[in-house]
Design a protein around this ligand. Structure first.
Ligand SMILES: [Zn+2]
Length: 283
């Protein structure tokens, strides 16, 4: 079997040339108008209700339907009455222009939604990795603490309330509440006593003499007791108050100097009293 193909070269007359060019001009105008109409409609929906920008605002009624092919084709029929030059072009040809625009928009939309989907998946994976890494680190830290301590006391803080207050949402992001749960679980597994103690005034009471030293500004990092002269890092002092409360709740009293866990804190000896474990066994 043999396929023959033919190529023809048109040799239009000057009159035909101007007719073809006229048709192309009209087609381009219809295309541009219809494209503008779609973009304007989309942009008019993007404008946030409280912050419109000057060039982003269009006067398109809120209930105006999206100008799809059928609406634009109907619009074309009306436009022909207002602009007679539209009638110089074959009606099917102009409808074909509108149909092509529709296809172009649908392809763009499909591509856009698939890209958005991929991006969302990527973001979800990153969030998951952050969560996993944090959890992993929290387990390691909890093991480190439980390994070195005979008893663990923490402030009884409702982190949901905390997050609503001055510490804002960042506390929830940091997963403090999760860490406390992990710590209590690890302590239970290791046979370490874990207790929550009253959180009130832990940063104001002197761990050495129980005096209320008043509220400190957050940038004041030092506890300096006017009553007994005891001076230490404020976080260490607070940790010691928590320890005292925990021990007295357990019916014990403190006769040791350093017990606060101060991993990473400057100025602390990081000397967990390992004898606590033995002490507990003897008790
Ligand atoms: Zn004191």
């Amino acid at each position: 079997m043999l396929n023959l193909s033919y190529e023809y070269k048109l040799k239009p007359t000057d009159e035909q040339i101007s007719q073809i060019e006229g048709t192309l001009v009209i087609c381009r105008q219809v295309w541009n108008y219809a494209l503008r109409e779609r973009k304007d409609w989309i942009n008019s929906r993007k404008c946030p209700i409280n912050a419109g920008s000057l060039d982003g605002e269009y006067i398109i009624p809120a209930d105006a339907p999206y100008p799809n092919y059928y609406i634009q084709a109907a619009g074309l029929t009306i436009a022909k009455k207002l602009f007679p030059e539209l009638k110089t072009v074959n009606a099917q040809m102009l409808q074909q222009v509108l149909r092509k625009l529709e296809t172009a928009f649908l392809d763009m939309k499909r591509k856009g939604s698939s890209n958005r989907h991929k991006l969302n998946q990527k973001i979800a994976r990153l969030h998951q990795r952050v969560t996993d890494t944090r959890k992993d680190w929290q387990f390691k830290l909890a093991h480190e603490i439980a390994l070195d301590a005979g008893m663990v006391f923490v402030e009884d803080i409702d982190f949901r309330v905390w997050a609503k207050g001055m510490f804002s949402k960042h506390t929830l992001d940091a997963g403090f509440g999760q860490f406390i749960s992990i710590l209590s679980w690890v302590c239970w597994k290791q046979g370490v006593d874990f207790e929550k103690v009253n959180k009130d005034y832990t940063s104001q009471v002197c761990p050495n003499c129980d005096r209320h030293t008043g509220k400190k500004a957050l940038d004041n990092r030092v506890h300096n007791c006017p009553e007994c002269g005891y001076t230490t890092h404020r976080d260490v002092a607070a940790a010691q108050v928590i320890r005292n409360r925990g021990l007295s709740a357990e019916g014990r009293f403190v006769d040791i100097k350093e017990i606060a866990w101060g991993g990473g804190l400057t100025g602390t000896l990081n000397s967990l009293v390992k004898s606590q474990r033995d002490r507990k066994k003897k008790a």
